[in-house]
Design a protein around this ligand. Sequence first.
Ligand code: HEM
Length: 134
Amino acid sequence: MSDSKIITFEELKANNTKDSLYVLIHEKVYNVAKFIDEHPGGDEVILAETGKDATEAFEDVGHSDEAREILKTLFVGEFEKNGSLKTKPVYDSNSSSSHAVNAAVQQGSNMMYFVPLAMLGAYFAWRYYSTGSV
Ligand code: HEM
């Protein structure tokens, strides 16, 4: 993507009119001016995401592949790296989905202790009964 335009944070903020409305999603900038009136989710939700990273808002809705195809047609350029606005990864450590993952990992590590302990218990039970019967 070396030949695509680089959009700065200043440009992202400046393009906030009905004729040119920039939205930042996945480190790429899109001009949603022509699409906003047709947006099934209404214009307010998109207007609320201008001048900042809209990735999370866009992904939280669970937009379809069709929505992503429309997005491609609105592409303007790559967002500047190391810009004043830090783009957020969608699945960061604060998001609810990674809490669920953490909980699952936590549960997994409990099993890590339970399985050897259960085997140890089974061994002693077996020893107890086998020595008792002799
Ligand atoms: C800027 C690029 C965007 C495009 C191209 C886009 C496109 C679409 C499309 C095509 C749909 C119909 C359902 C689907 O196909 O998934 C939709 C629904 C929706 N969008 Fe977006 N969207 C954009 C941004 C946003 C943002 C930033 C929000 C913020 C929250 C948002 C919120 C919604 C909601 C709530 C719906 C559901 C509407 C309903 O079913 O009643 N969209 N969008």
